[in-house]
Design a protein around this ligand. Structure first.
Ligand code: PEP
Ligand code: MG
Length: 544
């Protein structure tokens, strides 16, 4: 039995088999070889094996997600036949006398950089593909076979770190827990774990060389511990606790269909945060009153080209229809910082959290923004959609947004495309927006406070940096005063204000938020019923 401690991101407990995900970029070692022909032959057979894997993936995707989404695997198969790519690998093996996997990895990096620097958007998008096929070949050459998570039984994922785009691609049904060496509690990967309702530990000082796929482990999100190869006693105790947790969840079920009302009659809206159409199931399952934050940028992650207007429209329409008239607040693209998609070509920045991200990209590249706005406006016909803009710092930005919105509407009017006029609000997640919230309140229909970024920017603490987790203090008086100020300014202008950052689900503050007059809390779907329970037990008529 080997035990490690880490920081818990979601409180839950599981027992299951482990799958270790390795990061090939860091892993491929350069070795001197003596037999170049043998290495080249190994590459040949890896190419054949990879084509076979991709054919299987194509067939599976064709059945599950349709031809247009499956086509990427055909493109990958074609890339494996590219003469320049193969010749570059062979030549590196012969001239430098290096191992096949190293030659593949370096060629992959070189080609990927070359594609990324091209002007043509289609070619730029191939940068991620060539990396992908090279990683596949390296896995085969290193004898690890197919890393696809799709065929595995539900497992505990062990990794050095996980990016939001890796996490978003995983089949949620197959994941019991995440345990990573790196990562911070406020990262989007952590948010996704909370969303999916699965235990997750980060900052676990384990040696990945000592941990193998197939091992058994207990992940205890309450104690912040992971135990590999647990003994019988721990397995039995864990099973008992898993059953108790299930019972607690069953009791919360009784709260479904009930109002979020305090004993003295104050009602608060309890909405849920989602990242994809698939998450709507969790929203309904947990009886949330609406969707307070649809992080639309997740539609842009884990792929290698922009989602089309049609694709986006279909996603927004589906969410609106499924929510059947309940409020669905869709946030426009908040890409950048930790949410990176290669095809945006955002480039490396010294301070990405303070960089070219979110609304800044939308205002500088209005074509991207307009495509999303058109999809959103078209979807307004199918339910109760509101639009929300992220990372606002100035009145001028809101004015510029509304002038682009007007252009889009004029174009739609001219083309006879119907839409309803949606409620439009902004995220308050920068100290600047807090300080001018009185002026902003005149322009918009609502505020939603993003406490994750507001904490990062107010306390000057990078939310991605695990070393700073102890300094990341969302309960800081400065943050609480800011929230009060934003709510007061919204109310002065007859607008509503909610919280959609992770702090909204912090039960230690629920009563304080209600006393401040917060109108809405948008939280991970799994938190809705327990907050409803807390609200229904509260009595605000007593003194503070
Ligand atoms: C926030 O910053 O609090 C927020 C809700 O947005 P995100 O976590 O996606 O940056
Ligand atoms: Mg934010």
């Amino acid at each position: 039995m080997v035990q490690f401690e880490g920081k818990s991101v979601y409180k839950g407990i599981v027992l299951g088999k482990v799958v270790v995900l390795k990061n090939h970029d860091d892993q491929v070692r350069r070795r001197k070889i003596t037999d170049a022909d043998a290495e080249i032959a190994a590459v040949e057979s890896a190419l054949e094996e990879a084509k076979g894997q991709l054919q299987k993936l194509y067939d599976k995707a064709l059945k599950e997600v349709g031809e247009s989404n499956a086509a990427i695997f055909e493109v990958h198969q074609m890339m494996l036949e590219d003469e320049d790519y193969i010749e570059s690998i062979q030549s590196m093996i012969r001239t430098e006398m290096v191992n096949a996997s190293y030659a593949v990895a370096v060629t992959g990096d070189n080609f990927s950089e070359m594609f990324a620097s091209m002007d043509d958007d289609y070619m730029k998008a191939r940068a991620a593909d060539v990396k992908d096929i090279s990683n596949r070949l390296v896995r085969i050459l290193e004898g690890e076979g197919e890393s696809s998570l799709s065929d595995m039984e539900p497992s505990i994922i062990i990794a050095d770190d996980l990016s939001p785009s890796e996490t978003v691609q995983m089949d949620k049904e197959k994941i019991l827990a995440f345990v990573t060496v790196h990562g911070s509690t406020n990262s989007h990967t952590a948010i996704l774990a909370r969303m999916m309702n699965i235990p997750a530990l980060i900052g676990v000082p384990m040696d990945l060389e000592q941990i193998h796929s197939g091992m058994t482990a207990v992940v205890d999100g309450f104690a912040g511990q992971v135990t590999f190869e647990p003994d019988e006693a721990l397995c039995a105790e864990t099973q008992k606790r898993i059953d108790e947790e299930k019972e607690k969840l069953r009791l919360l079920e009784d709260l479904k269909g009930k109002d979020n009302v305090t004993k003295d009659g104050r009602t608060v809206q309890l909405y849920a945060n989602i990242g994809s159409v698939g998450d709507v199931g969790y929203v309904l399952e947990n009886d949330a009153g609406g969707i307070g934050l649809f992080r639309s940028e997740f539609l842009y992650l884990g792929r290698d080209s922009f989602p089309s207007e049609e694709e986006q429209f279909t996603a927004y329409k589906q969410v609106a229809q499924t929510m059947a008239g309940k409020k669905v607040i869709i946030r426009t693209l908040d890409i950048g910082a930790d949410k990176q998609a290669d095809y945006f070509n955002l480039g490396k920045e010294d301070n990405p959290a303070l960089g070219y991200r979110a609304i800044r990209i939308c205002l500088k590249q209005p074509d991207i923004f307009k495509t999303q706005l058109r999809a959103l406006f078209r979807a307004t016909m199918f339910g109760n959609i509101s639009i929300m803009y992220p990372m606002i710092t100035a009145v001028e930005e809101v004015e510029e947004i509304f002038s682009i919105v007007k252009e889009v509407q004029a174009e739609m009017d001219a083309a006879g495309i119907p839409y309803k006029y949606p409620e439009q609000g902004i995220m308050i997640e920068t100290p600047a927006a807090v300080m001018i919230s009185d002026e902003l309140a005149e322009l918009v229909d609502f505020f939603s406070i993003g406490t994750n970024d507001l904490t990062q920017y107010t306390l000057a603490v990078d939310r991605q940096n695990a070393r700073l987790d102890d300094f990341y203090r969302p309960h800081h008086k400065a943050i609480l005063r800011m929230i009060r100020m934003v709510v007061d300014n919204a109310h002065k202008h007859g607008k509503w204000a909610g919280i959609c950052g992770e702090l909204g689900a912090d039960q230690e503050l629920t009563e304080e938020f209600l006393r401040m007059g917060v109108d809405e809390l948008s939280v991970a779907p799994s938190a809705v019923l327990r907050i409803r329970q807390a609200v229904r037990m509260m009595d605000l008529s007593s003194a503070d």
